[in-house]
Design a protein around this ligand. Structure first.
Ligand SMILES: *[C@@H]1O[C@H](CO)[C@@H](O)[C@H](O)[C@H]1NC(C)=O
Ligand SMILES: *[C@@H]1O[C@H](CO)[C@@H](O)[C@H](O)[C@H]1NC(C)=O
Ligand SMILES: *[C@@H]1O[C@H](CO)[C@@H](O)[C@H](O)[C@H]1NC(C)=O
Ligand SMILES: *[C@@H]1O[C@H](CO)[C@@H](O)[C@H](O)[C@H]1NC(C)=O
Ligand SMILES: *[C@@H]1O[C@H](CO)[C@@H](O)[C@H](O)[C@H]1NC(C)=O
Ligand SMILES: *[C@@H]1O[C@H](CO)[C@@H](O)[C@H](O)[C@H]1NC(C)=O
Ligand SMILES: *[C@@H]1O[C@H](CO)[C@@H](O)[C@H](O)[C@H]1NC(C)=O
Ligand SMILES: *[C@@H]1O[C@H](CO)[C@@H](O)[C@H](O)[C@H]1NC(C)=O
Ligand SMILES: *[C@@H]1O[C@H](CO)[C@@H](O)[C@H](O)[C@H]1NC(C)=O
Ligand SMILES: *[C@@H]1O[C@H](CO)[C@@H](O)[C@H](O)[C@H]1NC(C)=O
Length: 871
């Protein structure tokens, strides 16, 4: 029991006292009217506000009541369970009060002086009271705190619109430090333009200032506070000096308009594709009915608060009525929830009903320029017949109403001020010209010839670009493609009909971009610009894989020819040597041994030496030491020779001997007698070789055949097969992109299931591949920036590798490596020895025959000699 009471005292009371529900206790608020800030207005304001609040509580507050505590300084004690604090104080005091209020999670709505950064709109309400015509600096400050632009630096261009005092206030508004760390300060460079009434002089003055701006160092964010006519001139001048482009941002603040001149759209003449331009113009109504002043604002804010309080109490009553007391304790809003609810309600109330200072209002417009000119063409096929050039001038200017400003609640944005910086093309559709050219672009069409899917490296890039710049792709095909086969894969990107057509269409500006691979030439065709290279393609050459040498004479290979000759000579010389030494030795005479058998004839000695070579010892050996020494040393020689031979033979059996491969240009040129080579006529390579004066390139071009068949590369057509057969069998070499050769090699492997070709190890003469855009396209820097980012992230390499032939069994230059361990001797290795056997047997038969004939003839001769005697 005591524990239970203690528990209740600790927690129950704590909640009840610190944070009472609106049902059980009347709300209390603090009204801080700073004496120092209000000065002589203090008394009037206090009196009027007191009366107003009493009246409000009586009339508007239908549920419960409100206790109001008045203070005349900001350093108040906030630990009194206030629901909200209303303050009228200087900027500095307001911010310091805000920080203390934050700790207690109390709602603050503040009225303060002009040029004060507003408190964060999700935590508090700030109203700055300013007299008419003074609001410029506050507006710019509000632009910053709302983060309408994300600038680190800005160039402030102004004419006489701004007084000297106002300039420093505007600069202060841009550069001042704000406690909110999410709002960085902007560094500002100020340029003044003399106001010239004469149009010509004004233009000249403008040109003088703008063309000399060091944009490289001070950025390309322009804030122009000017009159309407200066704005028009300035926009044109900026365009002339190429300073109004996709990466620059221009914000014009036009103050010499008002409610009656109204719509600025009529004053904006030309807009061009790719510009980032926003306008904020004065829509102030200087009628007599306009209300203003501190009392007006204070009253309106109290109105909003009481209205919010009333609905909050109402809501709590409604919910409490539906649930039990315990449940209510559990679900009732906590301090932060209640603050947020009150804040939201007050903001809505102010937006809807506020009349104070409503006369001075400014409208923000954003020009919707990106992708605007491409709406005109919607056909999916471009034909070259219509010859009008498309310009980047936008015909139907689309100005977006992105927000408006008034003193009480600052900027209310319904869209972003620079839509293209944030949202790119805002989901527009851009025409992209393309044609089938793998691996860059791969189009697939269905049976009726319409394109059903597209892919390839360039579409990976364009797709990523579309994602980051928020546009959709509309595929446009060159006009002729329907008639021809869409499988046209010309090897030479510059000379296919599609390529020519694409160049023509792009130079006329009919499409935003051509997703087609073009080689970057040093003098580009007129009317186009290249993007930065998406890929760099080296040249290489393809040659038949070095073949194994014939193994028929394998048994001869271990020794070179001169070794064989020496050996034969040794055998031939050793026979007579042995015979002579054997013959002349006095040993036999002294010992009285007859020289019988084997070695007594020179013929036998020869055979003996030969037999010893093959390790077939003879029957008889010399008995004299001299003869034995000859035979003994011969045996040693035999031992060495035979061991060397068999060892070497094993090596030759296991490691097949290949032709000497040609892998570099230098080797190719050295072998120009055996090899022929071809280069595609009219290709980039031919052009580069012509321009080069390096001796190796000169002789490469001189020796080359210029192949005109642009389609020689298709491995599956007949011309291509012949072409490849030439490489395979006739020592022909093809020089082309390494990439293309790889494809060719792979196609051949697929077709014939053999690895017949290898590529050179040397790569030379790189060709850079890029997409093209119209020469006056404003989006080139944007595209280049994106491509650069993709390149740095390694995306392009990754995408390209997906289209390249995968490593297959033909990848290794020597596929023999795996065979080495497993080589079993086959007939082709052994054929040589059988051949020798056959030769031996054949000569034995021949000799047999000749012996036979010799014998018969000899016998016949004998008979002839004998006959006369017989008769
Ligand atoms: C709340 O205020 C009303 C009217 O101002 C008053 O009648 C009532 O007594 C107050 N209630 C409390 C609990 O102070
Ligand atoms: C805005 O227009 C009103 C009415 O024309 C004018 O009184 C006021 O000075 C203008 N504001 C600025 C900052 O020039
Ligand atoms: C401004 O004028 C254009 C045409 O001149 C019109 O289409 C547009 O609705 C007008 N805007 C406003 C806010 O009146
Ligand atoms: C205040 O001005 C804005 C913009 O000019 C207008 O939309 C709104 O209706 C006005 N509010 C009142 C209460 O007049
Ligand atoms: C179109 O533009 C090209 C290159 O920019 C130019 O050579 C040609 O004269 C222009 N044609 C027309 C009709 O303007
Ligand atoms: C694309 O543009 C639309 C239209 O402005 C916008 O609503 C959307 O948020 C944008 N998407 C991205 C990712 O920026
Ligand atoms: C090909 O695709 C187009 C567009 O998707 C479609 O209209 C047409 O019917 C398709 N043809 C066939 C034969 O599938
Ligand atoms: C185009 O190529 C695909 C596969 O590469 C093939 O199936 C198709 O028949 C080819 N079409 C024509 C018209 O040659
Ligand atoms: C685009 O091409 C034109 C000539 O056709 C050249 O003057 C200009 O510098 C190029 N622009 C870029 C960004 O390379
Ligand atoms: C060697 O031959 C055997 C049987 O023919 C085979 O299973 C094995 O994979 C071969 N080894 C190599 C390295 O080729």
């Amino acid at each position: 029991m005591p524990i239970w009471i203690l528990f209740l005292c600790l927690f129950g009371r704590g909640v009840a006292e610190d944070f009472p529900s609106l049902i059980t206790a009347n709300a209390s608020i603090a009204v801080v009217l700073d004496h120092q800030f209000l000065q002589d207005q203090f008394q009037t304001v206090t009196d009027e506000l007191k009366d107003h609040i009493k009246e409000l509580a009586r009339v508007k507050l239908k549920h419960g009541g409100v206790m109001v505590h008045y203070y005349s300084w900001t350093a108040i004690n906030l630990k009194k369970g206030f629901l909200a604090v209303f303050s009228v104080a200087s900027c500095e005091d307001t911010w310091s009060l805000f920080k203390r209020v934050q700790d207690e999670q109390i709602l603050l709505f503040a009225l303060t002086e002009v040029d004060c950064p507003r408190l964060p709109t999700d935590l508090a309400i700030t109203v700055t009271s300013s007299s008419a015509g003074e609001e410029l600096s506050q507006m710019i400050l509000d632009l910053r705190t709302e983060r309408a632009f994300n600038w680190k630096s800005a160039i402030l261009l102004h004419d006489d619109t701004l007084s000297r005092d106002m300039i420093s206030r505007v600069v202060q508004a841009m550069t001042s430090q704000i406690d909110d760390e999410k709002v960085p300060s902007v560094s500002v460079t100020v340029f003044k333009m003399r106001h010239e009434v004469n149009e010509y002089l004004r233009r000249k003055e403008m040109y003088r200032v703008i063309s000399r701006l060091p944009v490289k160092y001070i950025g390309e964010n322009f804030l122009a506070i000017v009159t309407t006519e200066t704005m028009t001139t300035m926009a044109e001048t900026a365009r002339d000096v190429h300073m109004s482009h996709t990466l620059a941002q221009w914000l014009y603040i036009v103050s010499d308009t008002n409610q009656r001149t109204g719509n600025l759209s009529t004053l904006i003449n030309d807009l061009f594709e790719g510009e980032n331009i926003a306008y904020i113009y004065n829509k102030t109504d200087d009628g007599a009915h306009c209300k203003n002043g501190i009392i007006c604002y204070s009253k309106e804010m109290m109105d909003a608060f009481i209205s919010a309080l009333d609905s909050a109490v109402q809501e709590e009553f409604d919910i409490a009525a539906q649930v039990s007391d315990e449940e209510w304790e559990a679900i009732r809003p906590d301090k932060v929830q209640r603050r947020d609810m009150l804040l939201k309600h007050m903001q809505q109330h102010i937006t809807a009903y506020s009349k104070c200072g409503n006369c001075s209002s400014w409208q923000a417009l954003a020009a919707d320029t990106w992708g605007a000119t491409y709406r005109r063409h919607t056909d999916s096929v471009i034909s070259n017949k219509e010859d009008d050039n498309v310009t980047t001038l936008i015909e139907n200017v689309d100005l977006l109403q992105v927000g408006f400003w008034r003193p009480i609640d600052g900027f209310k944005f319904s869209d972003v001020l620079f839509p293209h910086i944030k949202h790119g093309f805002r989901g527009k559709e851009l025409p992209v010209l393309t044609y089938h050219n793998p691996p860059w672009t791969i189009l697939q069409s269905n049976a009726s010839g319409s394109i059903v899917s597209y892919g390839g490296l360039l579409f990976d890039i364009v797709g990523q670009f579309a994602k980051s710049k928020n546009f959709t792709i509309r595929i446009v095909l060159p006009g002729h493609i329907k008639e021809e086969s869409s499988n046209e894969t010309s090897t030479d990107m510059m000379h296919s009909t599609s390529a020519k057509f694409t160049l023509a269409a792009v130079s006329k500006g009919k499409v935003a971009l051509a997703a087609a691979a073009f080689t970057i030439l040093s003098d580009p065709p007129p009317g186009i610009n290249y993007t930065i290279p998406v890929s760099i393609q080296p040249y290489s050459f393809m040659i038949a894989r070095p073949r194994e040498l014939s193994r028929a004479l394998l048994f001869l290979l271990p020794f070179t020819t001169d070794t064989w000759l020496c050996l034969a000579l040794a055998v031939i010389l050793m026979g007579p040597t042995l015979y002579i030494i054997h013959r002349l030795s006095p040993f036999y005479d002294a010992e009285e041994i007859t020289r019988e058998g084997g070695l007594s004839t020179i013929h036998n000695c020869l055979w003996y030496v030969y037999g010893a070579l093959l390790q077939q010892g003879g029957m008889y050996l010399p008995r004299a030491d001299s003869g034995r020494l000859v035979v003994g040393t011969w045996w040693i020689v035999v031992l060495v020779v035979v061991t060397t031979y068999s060892g070497n033979l094993v090596a030759f059996l296991t490691f097949p001997k290949l032709e000497i491969p040609v892998t570099t240009l230098r080797e190719l040129l050295q072998n120009s007698a055996t090899y022929t080579w071809s280069i595609n006529k009219g290709s980039y390579l031919e052009m580069q070789l012509k321009n080069s004066d390096e001796p190796k390139y000169v002789s490469l071009l001189k020796g080359a055949e210029l192949s005109t068949s642009s389609n020689g590369m298709e491995a599956n057509n007949i011309a291509g097969t012949k072409y490849l057969d030439r490489v395979r069998n006739e020592r022909h070499v093809v020089i082309d992109w390494k990439l293309r050769l790889n494809y060719l090699k792979r196609a051949d492997t697929a077709a014939t299931d053999s690895c017949d070709f290898v590529l050179s190890s040397e790569e030379f003469m790189e060709e850079r591949v890029a997409m093209i855009v119209p020469a006056d396209s404003p989006y080139l820097p944007v595209i280049n920036k994106e491509i650069n980012r993709m390149q740095k992230a390694g995306l392009i390499t990754k995408w390209l590798s997906a289209y390249l032939p995968k490593r297959d069994r033909c990848w290794q230059t020597s596929s023999m490596a795996s065979e080495v361990n497993n080589h079993t001797v086959n007939l082709s290795d052994m054929q040589g020895s059988f051949f020798v056997l056959f030769l031996g047997v054949f000569s034995a038969f021949t000799i047999l025959l000749s012996e036979w004939f010799y014998n018969r003839r000899k016998r016949r001769n004998d008979q002839i000699v004998i006959k006369p005697y017989m008769e």
